[in-house]
Write a protein that binds this ligand. Structure first.
Ligand code: GLU
Length: 441
């Protein structure tokens, strides 16, 4: 039974009643679209635009038969959800995860639409996934599943149509296999531009300088722009991190370079803390070797409850969605919660944190650095150019500062929190473009 009567729940419930579709207030997709619709209501966005954004344009599901090294066959489920393309080609990562579900991919695709619109990138939003545990596969098996998925997606991806990128469980190597497979199928006149089908490729194969660290780097630029307004500034801050994969470890290393102290880290293997600071570089070396933070010799092993209650200035979830729930939020002692992962905070946890005076910086603002440098890579591929690392950083900083300013202005204009302001700044832009283009036919 529905019990939620927040503006987000009310807006979403109304739209799904009109669409004669089901609605579940506990499901991440409905929670995410609820917040987007709440923002749209504050702006009086045209009703058809709200209806269009409430469902993805395409939900593609494929089943890939793949032979394992031991000769057995597995049928692996793959998804590509293309949420919206009014601003440009669909764009978003491909995730490999054993627990992935369609509604989660839908939520992440919707967030990509919002993220690209907020940063004014010429892209729509999409997300893909394969339901496998990449850690349980050999490199050869990973290559086979990746190539098979790319072939199964066929013409549903392309440099002018839908452009995947790395996400959780995938990396530059995965993108190289995807690009190679796609190029093999491409017509000869299109082979040069075909590698633009994915971003986040290795540097030597059309990747961009700065793409690997981009999400962490973008987050640091957002903090530069926003912390002074909260009477905080980067050097001398303490922080804790959930997740020490690409996004977590780069965020840790870059914040350390800026003079901040990493006090606690938790990942799927365990949690560690050191009040004097954990060396982010050394920890990255340990994680690369052992697969997780567990057993890091220069910090104390702690339990989950202690991790959440460690006092820090910045609490940074950089792992899966919905990890920070109400129980965790009750423990958290921080000034700012910085969402590096997509949708890491449940609506109840967010309300609790805000009630106790914690500022929550939403993911579509904080982690937009990744797709922004993906855009730079796509642009370099189209123009056969190679930008150096300084130029990428400079342009990324410009985009992140402008985006942060846009959110601050919207928060002041609508007198709302940063999440709703971010969605509002995104949806206002999308609604304007729908107004100009019209809705076909
Ligand atoms: N997977 C990243 C994200 O969620 C990057 C997407 C991209 O570069 O297209 O933002």
């Amino acid at each position: 039974m529905d019990t939620c009567d927040t503006p987000a729940c009310q807006s979403a419930r109304e739209i799904f009643r009109e669409l004669e579709d089901y609605y579940d207030e506990h499901n991440l997709y409905f929670q995410t679209i609820g917040s987007v619709l709440q923002a749209a209501d504050l702006l009086d966005v045209d009703h058809p635009v709200k209806l269009i954004l409430s469902q993805p344009k395409n939900e593609i599901m494929v089943h890939c038969p793949v032979q394992m090294d031991d000769g057995t066959w597995h049928l692996i489920k793959g998804y590509r959800v293309q949420h919206n393309n009014v601003l440009g080609p669909y764009k978003g990562g491909i995730r490999f995860h054993p627990e992935i579900k369609l509604d989660e991919v839908k939520s992440l695709a919707l967030l990509m639409t919002m993220k690209c619109a907020l940063a004014r990138l010429p892209f729509g939003g999409a997300k893909g996934a394969l339901k496998i545990d990449p850690r349980a596969l050999s490199k050869k098996e990973q290559e086979r599943v990746t190539r098979r998925l790319t072939a199964a997606l066929g013409g549903n991806i392309g440099p002018d149509y839908d452009i995947p990128a790395p996400d959780m469980g995938t990396n530059a190597q995965t993108m190289a296999w995807m690009a190679d497979t796609y190029i093999n199928f491409a017509e000869s006149s299109k082979k040069v531009t075909a590698r633009g089908v994915v971003t986040g490729k290795p540097l030597e194969f059309g990747g961009s300088a700065g793409r690997e660290k981009a999400t962490g780097q973008g987050l640091v630029y957002v903090l530069d722009a926003l912390l002074p307004g909260m009477n905080l500034a980067l050097p001398d801050l303490s922080f804790s991190l959930i997740g020490y994969g690409n996004v977590g470890s780069w965020t840790g290393r870059l914040l350390q370079l800026r003079g901040s102290k990493m006090k606690a880290v938790m990942d799927h293997t365990g949690a560690i803390a050191d009040d004097a600071g954990i060396d982010a570089e050394k920890l990255a070396g340990h994680v690369a070797k052992h697969g997780g933070v567990k057993g890091y010799p220069e910090a104390e092993a702690i339990d989950e409850a202690t991790f959440y209650s460690t006092p820090v200035d910045l609490f940074i979830p950089a792992a899966l969605e919905q990890m920070v729930d109400l129980e965790h939020a009750e423990r958290i002692q921080c000034k700012v919660l910085v969402e590096a992962a997509n949708a890491p905070t449940t609506p109840q946890a967010e309300r609790h944190l805000m009630d106790k005076g914690v500022e929550v910086l939403p993911a579509i603002l904080c982690n937009t650095g990744g797709v922004t440098v993906s855009y730079f890579e796509w642009k370099q591929n189209r123009q056969s150019e190679t930008w150096d690392a300084e130029l990428v950083d400079e342009r990324l900083q410009e985009v992140m500062h402008r985006t942060a300013k846009r959110v601050l202005e919207m928060a002041a204009r609508l007198d709302c929190n940063m999440r709703i302001a971010s969605f509002a700044a995104a949806i206002e832009h999308i609604a304007k473009v729908y107004g100009m283009r019209g809705v076909f036919p």
